[in-house]
Design a protein around this ligand. Structure first.
Ligand code: NAP
Length: 257
């Protein structure tokens, strides 16, 4: 059975690794190409956009895909919308891995906002030292908050983006540990953390570190993201694929294929 995994997340890599050794599945992992040097996937992969939902639908048909797993990041809303439209027009089943959002715990000091510009405003008028963990492409939203000093963690250098005047970078890729996050926030004298509500374990350590250090967090809520059959994690996606495989094999044997 041929599977397309829409990736760029730890879930996508985990699912690809689990299926790589299973000869019943032929997997293609698709990456957007946002990071300069992505980790080499354990399965055949392609990099770059498809050119919208219609072209994605044509690609799925041309590549004889039998199922799609949308394992993209909770903030990657456009590719999910395209995927839903494409599978509906190509009549191919799709499961969407939707990580539960993080919920505030006792001791957390969150201000919840619904956009990156609102996050910049929520930092207030007085100068603060801000740890930005929002991804490279969202940094421009903080360009006019010139009263603050920012430490931004990104995988790649920012490139040609509009940035706040006082910003330094830590280039690193998750998963992260709580103790190293505590060290980073302490050494950088951070007053406030800005984070996307990504959910999942890989980047949660900074939230726990902020709680332990009693540092406030400006938390950007996730956008609404189209989905079809929702599964909560990689194991559930794998079970869904097993069920699709049984149906797929059944329909092929009925047709004498
Ligand atoms: P997006 O806004 O939803 O997608 C923008 C365009 O990028 C899509 O229309 C599509 O182009 C292309 N694209 C996105 N994901 C793709 C994939 N897996 N394979 C092929 N093309 C893809 O997405 P984004 O927020 O820019 O994120 C890009 C990628 O980075 C996603 O794969 C996501 O899983 C990963 N990521 C995102 C974040 C985040 O915070 N946004 C964080 C971690 C990882 P076409 O229309 O031309 O097909």
């Amino acid at each position: 059975m041929r599977i397309l995994i829409l990736g760029g997340t730890t879930e996508a890599s985990d699912l690809a690794s689990r299926l790589a050794a299973d000869s019943r599945f032929e997997v293609v992992l698709s990456l957007a190409g946002r990071t300069a040097a992505p980790e080499t996937p354990p399965v055949p992969f392609r990099i770059g956009g498809f050119g919208g939902s219609k072209r994605l639908a044509s690609w799925l048909v041309a590549e004889c895909m039998d199922a799609v797993v949308d394992a993209t990041h909770p903030f990657a809303a456009r590719i999910s919308a395209n995927a839903v439209q494409a599978v509906l027009s190509a009549n191919i089943p799709l499961a969407s891995i939707v990580r539960p959002a993080w919920q505030p715990q006792q001791g957390d000091r969150w201000t919840e906002v619904t956009s990156f510009l609102a996050a910049a405003l929520a930092l207030g008028a007085s100068p603060r030292r801000v740890f930005l963990s929002v991804g490279r492409l969202e940094l421009s939203a903080f360009a006019d908050a010139a009263q603050h000093t920012f430490v931004a963690r990104t995988i790649d250098p920012p490139g040609d983006l509009r940035l706040p005047p006082r910003i330094s970078f830590v280039h690193d890729r998750g998963p992260f540990e709580v103790e190293t996050e505590i060290r980073l926030l302490t050494q950088q004298h951070i007053d406030v953390v800005v984070s996307k509500n990504s959910g999942g374990a890989a980047t949660y350590a900074k939230i726990e570190a902020a709680r332990r250090l009693q540092i406030p967090v400006v938390m950007v809520a996730r956008p609404s993201k189209p989905s079809l059959h929702i599964v909560a994690d990689v194991s559930a996606a794998q079970s869904w694929l097993e069920r699709r495989l049984a149906l797929h094999d059944g329909s092929h044997s009925e047709r004498g294929v």
